[in-house]
Write a protein that binds this ligand. Structure first.
Ligand code: WTA
Length: 651
């Protein structure tokens, strides 16, 4: 990524009356840091509380005793905040616009009154299946309104949802059902996407072979495709919903009661269950949504993420609905039936804020501007990006062809762990620089630390690792079932700080530029992937002796997956075997984990103590093998020559 262009891009005309202007930003930001308790005491009131909080903040980043609590004596219900409280004024306003995969199929407009009816019924179905407060429910669904009903129904009765992205394999699903100890999994028959169908129910059947017999399976008959049916275990949700009462009293929940678990990749081991709570998370999602997207009544907000990721949780569902907004749920993909689909949907629903990932912008940019130009995009007011650094070329294209130079672009840096936006521009307050996430959001105190010494780098410019010095309400509270792992992952390396895992540079103007992960996590098309996960999938194959996986720059995906594979003695390498391993990883984890490049490695570079030198593998994968640095500590330096000689990523 080139970061030479540090010129500020002026805020387009018409944003003088934005909710936050430059002076407001400075004043509110200062207050949020100097009087954090007072600031959040006020901000927490954007939610409706059954019993108001008297304690605002109680947080400790000290290694060994990390504890994070916000609004801890407050009582509320998340579903009430997203639905019931809007009914007196918005019953007939659209809450969710559902745009199906097939552009010729009918769009659905679900009003707040209808949403209330569906969620209450869904909640009663869950109760009828024995789901109780605190129980975990796994949701493995297409991008359909029933996924939203399921999440909100859990919130209504105090169950903890864990949404698993529909692109994950049965094995990955089973691991998440087992780790969370879920009582129930909710799925659909099949999921149409880009004209093809994923067999979610049969994936769930396969997953449940590895789970307790007691786990029940609720099925939404979405496409009507044929599936197997196990009497006594499988339940037809839509049928039951039509039979139960449309009223389900909301369960009063403590602010710190978990709302959801979302599994995400780290540098080691299995994905970890990130835990978010009811009060702090919702307050933070609601507030960031409002300010970052300058949300006004009547807006139609579209976030193109999947509800299986945190972006979908915070900015398709919870943030918009907590504000009484109209949110678009899109079942399809940007390039099917053709590369104009996004823009067609923007035109059709008069979308005002459009929020997507740089990888989608790059893919559409490659198809040429004519796909955009033929659509009327005058309804658009604000554009956003998330998930990875945006390269300035893509930023400029987005600004010119989609925003026509009239729409501010908010580049939002955040993480599954942070619950909501952390570093981002604000449409009427902060001038953008293409490729920079710009400045911290209210209440966020970023610091750049020297990666080696841990010293806080004061003054600008500065380059190092990105840490956050104090807590914010949307912060994750723990790793499900493993608080020790939570502390070790985020608070051990730089004592007293939350460590993000990202590298960053702060420029002369104090703007933050995220330079990418500094750990063994890679970012493929805006999806987080642990290299360790792909490695353990590869070595689980009978012909593989050893594997090392690294990321390399990929023109569309941001990063691609590069796998070095050492085969078992006597196994011959072949293109066929490569395809077999690709398919293997797809079934072990899911299509997003499929290696882009596989190199047969007779040996891997290791230190004398047997540790794989990933730095060297990364350099070779990046085609930067001229500067390998010191390799004298390797046990067999000759393997490096072979790896360079047979490298896959040739320019
Ligand atoms: C990266 C997605 C640069 C970063 C919300 C982070 C970004 C990881 C940006 C979290 C951005 C996210 N600019 N990098 N605007 N947004 N990232 O948990 O490396 O799926 O640590 O959350 O994505 O990915 P996650």
């Amino acid at each position: 990524m080139s970061i030479e262009n540090t010129a500020k891009h002026p805020i387009p005309a018409g944003f003088e009356d934005a909710l936050v202007n430059a002076a407001d930003y400075e004043r509110l930001y200062d207050e949020s840091i100097s009087d954090s308790e007072g600031f959040w005491a006020r901000e927490g009131k954007r939610l409706d509380w059954i019993h108001p909080y008297s304690i605002v903040k109680n947080t400790d980043f000290t290694m060994g005793q990390v504890s994070i609590k916000w609004f801890e004596d407050g009582i509320l219900n998340v579903a009430v905040n997203c639905i019931d409280r809007h009914l007196p004024t918005r019953a007939n306003q659209t809450a969710i616009i559902f745009e199906p995969d097939d552009p010729t199929a009918p769009t659905r407009h679900i009003t707040y009154a209808e949403l209330s009816d569906r969620v209450n019924r869904f909640a009663n179905v869950l109760l009828s299946q024995g789901v109780m407060r605190g129980d975990r429910v796994v949701i493995y669904m297409p991008m359909i309104p029933e996924a939203a009903y399921a999440m909100l129904a859990c919130a209504r009765i105090g169950a903890v949802h864990s949404v698993v992205f529909a692109g994950f394999s049965p094995d990955a699903l089973a691991n998440r059902i087992n780790d969370s100890g879920a009582k129930l999994v909710i799925t659909a028959d099949t999921a149409p996407r880009g004209g093809r169908r994923t067999a979610l129910k049969s994936n769930t059947d396969a997953a449940l072979l590895h789970c307790s017999d007691r786990v029940r399976c609720l099925v939404v008959k979405h496409t009507g495709d044929q599936t197997t049916w196990i009497e006594g275990r499988d339940v037809d949700v839509l049928k039951l919903m039509s039979e139960v009462s449309p009223e389900c009293p909301p369960r009063p929940m403590n602010a710190e009661d978990p709302l959801f678990i979302l599994y995400t990749s780290g540098s080691t081991g299995k994905p970890k269950g990130v835990v978010h709570t009811s009060g702090g998370y919702l307050a933070y999602a609601a507030m960031t949504f409002k300010y970052v997207f300058d949300y006004r009544d009547g807006d139609v907000f579209w976030c193109t993420a999947d509800v299986g990721w945190v972006t979908g949780h915070s900015y398709i569902l919870y943030g918009p609905l907590a504000n009484g907004a109209t949110t678009v749920m899109f079942e399809g993909v940007p390039t099917w039936p053709d590369a104009s689909r996004f823009w067609q949907v923007c035109e059709k629903h008069k979308v005002t804020q459009f929020y997507t990932a740089p990888t989608a912008i790059r893919a559409l940019m490659g198809q040429g501007p004519e796909w955009v130009d033929k659509h009327d995009l005058t309804s658009l007011r604000i554009l956003g990006t998330v998930g990875e650094p945006i390269n300035p070329e893509a930023w400029v294209w987005y600004d010119k062809h989609v925003g026509k130079g009239r729409c501010p672009i908010v580049d939002t840096w955040w993480q599954t762990e942070t619950g909501g936006h952390m570093i981002t521009s604000l449409p009427g307050a902060i001038e953008a620089k293409p490729g920079s996430a710009t400045l911290p959001f209210f209440g966020v105190k970023p610091e750049v630390l020297d990666a080696q010494t841990g010293e806080v780098l004061k003054g600008n410019p500065a380059e190092g690792v990105l840490c956050i010095a104090d807590s914010w309400p949307g912060q994750m509270r723990t790793v499900w079932g493993d608080h020790e792992r939570f502390m070790e992952t985020y608070f051990q390396q730089y004592p007293g700080y939350y460590f993000t895992g990202d590298g960053c540079r702060r420029d002369e103007d104090g703007y933050y530029w995220i330079t990418g992960r500094v750990d063994d996590v890679i970012n493929v098309s805006g999806h987080r992937m642990g290299t360790a996960e792909v490695e353990s999938a590869l070595v689980a194959h009978e012909k593989v002796a050893e594997a090392a996986v690294v990321g390399y720059p990929h023109h569309l995906k941001g990063q691609g997956i590069y796998a070095y594979v050492t085969l078992m003695n006597g196994v011959d390498p072949s293109d066929e075997l490569k395809r077999e391993l690709e398919t293997w990883v797809r079934t072990e984890i899911g299509p997003i984990a499929k290696p882009d490049l596989i190199q047969w490695a007779p040996g891997l570079p290791k230190t004398r103590s047997g540790k794989i030198m990933r730095r060297i593998l990364r350099k070779i994968a990046e085609n930067d093998y001229g500067a390998l640095g010191d390799i004298s500590t390797l046990s067999e330096p000759a393997v490096v020559d072979d790896l360079i000689e047979n490298r896959m990523n040739r320019p």
